[in-house]
Design a binder for this molecule. Structure first.
Ligand code: FES
Length: 232
């Protein structure tokens, strides 16, 4: 029982024994009894403060360890999947100004695709490189929208994924997207922070693959060809 609780009205009084936490001091109580009660209250308060500090330290420590683990590569990071990522259709169509949340390369990997007003399509990991909060699309910010992390005001360039404001230590890893003639959008690979789409694709699929060579050439038609080749 806490020291702030009171015993039942018809229950035992202060003399009910040492296991009773509630005590009432009457006018006849001695200084010693009052002193004992003050000590008891002080001890309970100290215990509560210690427990509180222990919880705070545990939670903070967990966050710090998680952040360090992600930063040091101990935990799985976007743009660095185990094995070769699959080719996956993510939408029938993405219109200018729209964004789409999806999962890639794994079912737990949050990703986001955005279509800028000029038609440019870009895909990124939606996991902030600071402390792994979810990254959102803000269409009405800047000249062509921005990717924004609300946890600590991190901002990423929508066209490149690079950091433009806030504490994130590096840009967002990318998801390599292609668009078919029918408007459908497919994810075909990932690229690490600071790596180009071409470098990411060729690292994952092999520099000798025809799609990699076509991407090196930069021919737009080759991009759809890359997808068709992968699906074959
Ligand atoms: Fe994104 Fe801190 S977690 S800015």
């Amino acid at each position: 029982m806490s020291v702030t609780e009171q015993p039942p009205a018809d229950g035992p009084g202060p003399a009910s024994g040492p296991s009773s936490g509630a005590q009432r001091l009457g006018p006849g109580d001695t200084d010693a009894a009052q002193e004992a009660l003050r000590d008891r209250i002080a001890a309970d308060s100290l215990t509560t403060r210690r427990d509180y500090l222990r919880i705070v330290a545990t939670v903070s420590g967990g966050l710090a360890v998680g952040g360090v683990a992600v930063a040091s590569g101990i935990l799985h990071r976007h743009g660095d999947p185990d094995g070769t990522p699959e080719v996956k259709k993510i939408a029938d169509r993405i219109l200018p100004g729209e964004s789409l949340a999806f999962r890639y390369p794994g079912d737990e990997d949050r990703a986001i695709a955005v279509r800028m007003e000029d038609g440019t399509l870009a895909g990124y990991s939606a996991v902030c490189t600071h402390l792994a909060c979810a990254v959102l699309w803000r269409k009405d910010r800047g000249s062509e929208g921005e990717l924004y992390c609300p946890c600590h005001e991190g901002v990423f360039d929508a066209r490149t994924g690079e950091v433009t404001a806030g504490p994130p230590p590096r840009g967002l890893p990318k998801v390599i997207l292609i668009e078919q003639i029918d408007g459908s959008v497919w994810a075909i690979g990932t690229a690490r922070s600071g790596e180009s789409l071409q470098e990411g694709y060729c690292r994952q699929r092999g520099a000798g693959t025809p799609p990699c060579a076509a991407l090196r050439a930069g021919a737009p038609a080759a991009r759809a060809g890359a997808e068709r080749s992968e699906r074959a």
